[in-house]
Design a protein around this ligand. Structure first.
Ligand SMILES: C[S@@+](CC[C@H](N)C(=O)[O-])C[C@H]1O[C@@H](n2cnc3c(N)ncnc32)[C@H](O)[C@@H]1O
Length: 384
């Protein structure tokens, strides 16, 4: 068994590293389009995300500016392993000091399909042992495991006996932008909200309204996009904690931050959110302030909404779940709203796969998405 390790650190040749930006299932196409707009090289959509190639500056750019990616992984080794020992040896062949030394912390996550290992917990444990043992051999001490906030997050993917190891540039998932410190019931993830806006036809300049805005995720994401606020602007990232984040890498990062400002290109856009619950409006405003944007938020029931300008996109996720009676009321309001929505586009995210039938209103299009593990549909109506 031989491990194919990617080239060691130091200034890379142009476009020779392989990256994979992960995304919620169903949003891969939206992420591909976004990464192309961000001028990533060799972009190709795959299941669960989008591959691209390039230098570390491209991975940094994805962390800072992608609104849809969940994680940005660099492929660092691939090998075959049909036994626990070969998994250990293949992992131990990688020079992990490129990322951490014994003072750093590590965590491993794994996925597998049709492997001899079966259990992802076992795979993660074996890989962690190999990393820790190699670093102890080389430095005289072992790094600690920290599952919640590691300096180095290693991701392993095993299909049959093919193992691929990745390091996670993002660290904390990119969905946690840092502005949503308060939320109501069933908030949609920030990255999914950004993907839904794109899939629904939002572009900066197009008026957008979320009439059931809860903690404000759709309006905040739309306003950040329209104003060119980088999605990851409030965050720090995993790569900033690595040994390899040296003066060369810092200079690349500095340039990416400057480029994000230089290309911000704000487009005046009417972005509004409303909710019948005044407390949610207070929360949405506070979240928006933390995000550095100011959509217009109003406490108002769907039935009382004014008719906005033509071409407006409505985007929302109505309540769904345990409180059936309340859901039915929201559905009745939504059905009446759709009756009055001629000339607009209405995009609704719902885990209710019968929603159009319940509303007696056939959707013009449906797109399957996953909010975490929950299968959802994005329904679109263009009532005329
Ligand atoms: C699932 S939550 C929306 C979550 C939101 N997208 C977020 O990310 O926080 C649904 C929201 O719809 C609001 N709502 C329910 N019925 C409504 C109605 N008839 N008019 C306006 N808001 C309504 C609820 O108060 C709740 O905040």
């Amino acid at each position: 068994m031989s491990t194919q390790e990617r080239p060691p650190s130091g200034p890379p040749r142009k476009e020779d590293r392989q990256y994979f930006a992960t995304a919620a299932k169903g949003t891969e196409g939206a992420l591909r389009d976004e990464l192309r707009e961000l001028r990533m090289p060799k972009v190709r959509a795959a299941r669960g995300g989008v591959g691209f190639a390039g230098g570390p500056e491209h991975a940094m750019r994805a962390c800072l500016r992608s609104r849809i990616a969940l994680r940005v992984l660099e492929s660092v080794a691939s090998f075959r392993a049909a036994s626990s020992d070969s998994l250990y040896e293949g992992t131990a062949a990688v020079d992990w000091r490129r990322w951490i030394d014994h003072t750093g912390t590590v965590a491993v996550s794994a996925t597998e399909k049709d492997s001899v290992f079966g259990h992802t917990g076992f795979i993660a444990q074996r890989i962690k042992d190999a990393v820790v043992d190699r670093l102890r051999r080389e430095t005289g001490d072992r790094p600690d495991v920290d599952r919640t906030d590691p300096d180095l997050h290693i991701v392993a993917r095993i299909v049959n006996d093919s193992v691929e190891l990745f390091v996670d540039f993002a660290g904390e998932p990119l969905s946690r932008r840092g502005y949503r410190t308060e939320a109501g019931e069933a908030p949609v993830r920030e990255t999914l909200a950004a993907a839904i806006l794109r899939l629904s036809g939002f572009t900066p300049g197009r008026p957008v309204v979320d009439p059931m805005c809860g903690s404000g995720t759709f309006p905040i994401e739309a306003a950040m996009w329209a104003e060119g606020v980088p999605a990851g602007g409030r965050k720090s990232f995993g790569f900033q904690r690595w040994q390899g984040f040296d003066s060369h890498a810092r200079a690349l990062w500095q340039t990416e931050c400057e480029r994000a400002q230089q290309f911000a290109n704000p487009v005046p856009t009417s972005v509004r959110g409303s909710d019948r619950d005044g407390e949610m409006i207070r929360i949405a405003r506070a979240n928006a302030e933390r995000a550095g944007v100011a959509p217009e938020f109003t406490a108002r029931a769907l039935a009382d909404l004014d008719r906005p300008e033509p071409e407006t996109l409505f985007v929302l996720n109505p309540p769904y779940g345990k409180r059936i009676a309340q859901d039915q009321r929201a559905y009745a309001d939504l059905a009446r709203f759709l009756d009055r929505a001629a000339g607009y586009t209405v995009a609704v995210l719902s885990a209710d796969l019968w929603l159009p039938r319940v509303l007696s209103c056939r959707a013009d299009s449906e797109h399957t998405l996953f909010n975490g593990d929950v299968e959802c549909r994005l329904y679109r109506w263009n009532p005329s």
